[in-house]
Design a binder for this molecule. Sequence first.
Ligand code: UD1
Length: 419
Amino acid sequence: MQKFIITGGSRLSGELTLQGSKNSALPIMAAAFLTGGVCTLDNCPRITDVYSASRILSGLGCKCTFSGGEFRVDASGAGGSEISAALMKEMRSSIMFMGAMIGRMGRCSVSVPGGCELGPRPIDMHLSALRKMGAVITDEGGRITCKAPGGKLTGAKINLPFPSVGATENIILSAATAEGETYINNAAREPEICDLCGFLRRCGADIRGDGESTVVIKGVKRLNGCDYTIMPDRIAGATYLSMTASAGGEMILKNACTEAMEPFLSVLEQTGCRIITGNDRIYLRCGARLKGIHDRIRTMPHPGFPTDAQAVLMAALVTAEGTSVFEENIFDCRYRHTDALRKMGADIEVLGKVAVVRGVKSLSGAVVTATDLRGGAAMAVAGLKAAGETVITDISHIDRGYENFEGAVECLGGKIKRV
Ligand code: UD1
């Protein structure tokens, strides 16, 4: 198993072009299957979750090729409707293929991966929405089979009890070619949902209201393939900005989605960093010790503070002056990185969904284990600040979502080795 060895304690400086978004690429790859056409996805990140999605597409009969940052899917001859338990386990967001398969094939068979690094991730909202659209669903020992009577789902009015990103995406995918109109009330408003809808519209779908609480999808008879550019990854952006803020220094993030990153940037700015945005670029300079954040940092659905950026910001704030308080409202087990940060010298107290971070003057390198994707990235943020060497093990978690992580850190002048 590979490790990262980071030598911390130096300031960072450099320019970095932001990778394409993982959370956009994955549902858009599922949508490519739904179109039944040829799709070319530019700015597609080279990360292991995308490779897993590519294996799923191939398993369904698509022809997939990756060249540079361009991923091409030819879904024209594809006719699969089952995903093996092994592939479902490889990547939990494989559940997104459910909507795409039922939309195209009128049926699907998937298995539900059990609990994961962030706590249990049920799919009850996905299933109840599909049932409302007429799907007949059976669950035999964790194998879920969905069938649309007559091969087509029917539009419905769906009220989500919580704006789940995955459920919203699955409903959009199922509704794009269903009979009639589907309304999603209390839909998730994440920028990646707008990206998925932008892609589907280019393929001929009729979708309105994405980015707002009510999304209306009018089913169309058929979709076509298209060329599309995946949006930049706002969480990878938050990670690299947190790194430079924590270590001190200055950087320019290029190809940045500044508007989508606003909920993160407005909090980061309160640490005393200078941030200038414009023309898809973010400039950040941090010359002094960061200041703790006065108001509680509450993770919330977009446009609230993103749960995916909680760990990396916390890693930066552990050495800030003063106390910062986080409240994690999206996932149950999202403080697993705090043990590693404590091992490096951080003072963090976790009480249920609240984490109290009392800033310490310095950190020291340690051997730590990446517990999940963003938690692992947080350990790198802390490692670059810490004195001495930090060894991060289980970095396959980091490779799930960060394209050439060590290359990006090196672009900023950070000392990192993959061994
Ligand atoms: C997506 C993102 C993930 C991000 C999360 C929240 C992708 C590939 N992943 O995950 O990076 O952290 O949004 O912004 O885009 N829930 C239920 N029942 C359901 C569905 C969800 O109880 O049927 C709960 C979940 O357990 C969780 C909360 O709702 O507590 C939010 O989950 P959701 O928005 O669905 O997250 P994902 O789509 O899994």
